[in-house]
Design a protein around this ligand. Structure first.
Ligand SMILES: Cc1cc2nc3c(=O)[nH]c(=O)nc-3n(C[C@H](O)[C@H](O)[C@H](O)COP(=O)(O)O)c2cc1C
Length: 126
């Protein structure tokens, strides 16, 4: 079963932004992205973002490919009240060419590359 499904997919489609956490030598590093810049490849269990800056994120991913994303929206029902958040874990890589870069450049011609997150696990938080 695809991992970007059900509630997690709903939250990905409803969230306004995405928090992106990588691990550096000096600790965790937090970056952000607009959710409407995010491409969900549900079939291949991959999430792709256009990359402009993200220098530190790239540096971190070269040494340690682990990445975590957090998406959340009040528009999606949680278990007890309106609002759900979804934690997405996987491995990430910033690529400068290939099909994912071609895909992001259609909408975002400024992208120097693409952040490709291969989803391994998703977990709701609320
Ligand atoms: C909601 C949100 C949207 C962002 N969108 C972009 C973006 O489209 N392109 C970009 O390069 N940085 C964007 N940023 C800024 C990056 O998160 C920021 O540059 C971050 O520090 C990544 O660079 P770094 O890995 O070198 O720290 C956004 C940040 C937030 C909070």
């Amino acid at each position: 079963m695809a991992k970007i499904e059900g509630v997690c997919r709903e939250v990905c489609n409803a969230t306004e932004y995405v928090a992106i956490v990588t691990q550096g030598d000096d600790g965790p590093h937090l970056a952000g992205h607009w959710a409407n810049y995010m491409f969900l490849d549900v079939e291949d269990e991959v999430i792709v973002f256009p990359v402009g800056r993200f220098q530190k994120t790239e540096q971190n991913l070269r040494k340690n490919g682990r990445v975590q994303l957090l998406v959340a929206s009040k528009k999606v029902q949680g278990t007890k009240s309106p609002g759900q958040g979804c934690e997405i874990r996987g491995s990430g890589e910033i690529v400068a060419s290939g099909k994912f870069v071609d895909a992001v450049r259609v909408k975002f011609p400024w992208a120097r590359g693409a952040l490709v997150v291969r989803v391994e696990e998703t977990k709701t938080q609320l």
